[in-house]
Design a protein around this ligand. Structure first.
Ligand code: C2E
Ligand code: MG
Ligand code: MG
Ligand code: MG
Length: 287
């Protein structure tokens, strides 16, 4: 019930020290959790997916996208995804949310396949998802209802997600890999883990965190970090993606560093599936 969800969340936050303003924030968060729960049960959902293209720098083509969830609440405002994903994780709603995302994305990829566009789409996972008993089963059952191959689905996990319950997560990833799914390490470079640790996991892709990319064109240190991460990633056989590419100069530097993919506002913001295909077919994205 919704009460159970509220109470579970309450237990986790009530141990924090009292601070002025906390009450309001706390109540707002409880309210959001209730609203999110209702949104996930609503067949006419106020949740929807946006897609952000990833540019294959060598070919100049877009052949991959990242699926990003969006939510417009009862007041008509966008709720920050980082905020509600975090609340979903804390309240236990994340499993339901991720199932919702998986179904939406696979449906969309199937639709694009029918149009003759075989894109690869990445889905963001939380640590709880990959550790969940029924996760792989749900993923496979959903795929079997559509004409989508596992190789079209990339699973993005952060370094932190990979470090949680390492043994189990490694087993799951090896199994997913054997089924054909790809694995991507999101927000790479801001966590504590090292590439050395990742070499024991079946990782296909490294996404350099946007904090290193946003001002790449203006910061020599970022350039050094990014260039060496790309080169080390390649030595380990990984595909490297830069997220947060906001200008042409940064894209040119990434090309010079032989980065494989670029994702960011310079190319396109995350947009609806309809807007994306319009943009894609119009060739506006070709330089
Ligand atoms: P993320 O997975 O690292 O996603 C990339 C974020 O960077 C997205 O924020 C995207 O809109 C933003 N971004 C892309 N290009 C640029 C750029 O050029 N400049 C700047 N400043 N930002 C850029 P968004 O959509 O707000 O999502 C934030 C985070 O929320 C995601 O980070 C991910 O951790 C989480 N998230 C989003 N959708 C989902 C989902 O469906 N499931 C789960 N579990 N988490 C999600
Ligand atoms: Mg991501
Ligand atoms: Mg992330
Ligand atoms: Mg990221």
């Amino acid at each position: 019930s919704s009460m159970a969800v509220s109470n579970a969340y309450k237990d986790q936050v009530s141990v924090r020290l009292y601070q002025q303003g906390d009450d309001e924030i706390y109540l707002y968060k409880l309210h959001l959790i209730e609203e999110l729960k209702a949104a996930l049960e609503n067949p006419n959902s106020p949740l929807f997916m946006n897609y952000q293209p990833k540019l294959n720098i060598k070919t100049g083509k877009v052949d991959k996208l990242e699926a990003l969830i969006r939510w417009i609440n009862n007041k008509g405002d966008f709720v920050n995804p980082e905020l509600f994903i975090n609340l979903a994780e804390k309240s236990g709603l994340i499993t339901t949310l991720t199932r919702w995302v998986i179904l939406e994305v696979i449906k969309q990829v199937d639709h694009w396949n029918q149009l003759g566009h075989k894109f690869k789409v990445s889905i963001n996972l939380s640590a709880q998802d990959i550790q969940h008993e029924q996760f792989i089963e749900y993923l496979l059952t959903t795929l079997s209802n559509f004409n989508v191959e596992p190789v079209q689905i990339t699973l993005e996990l952060t370094e932190r997600d990979l470090a949680d319950n390492e043994q189990l997560v490694a087993e799951r990833l090896f199994y997913l890999k054997s089924l054909g799914f790809e694995v991507s390490v999101d927000d790479y470079g801001i966590g504590q883990s090292s590439l050395a640790k990742l070499k024991n996991l079946p990782v296909d892709e490294l996404k350099i965190d946007k904090t290193f990319i946003l001002k790449l064109d203006q910061c020599q240190q970022d350039q050094d970090i990014v260039a060496s991460t790309i080169s080390l990633g390649h030595k380990l056989g990984l595909r490297v993606v830069a997220e947060g590419v906001e200008n042409k100069a940064s894209l040119e530097l990434l090309e010079q560093f032989q980065c494989d993919y670029a994702q960011g506002y310079y190319l396109s913001r995350p947009i609806s599936a309809e807007k994306f295909i319009e943009w894609y077919e119009s060739d506006e994205h070709v330089n």
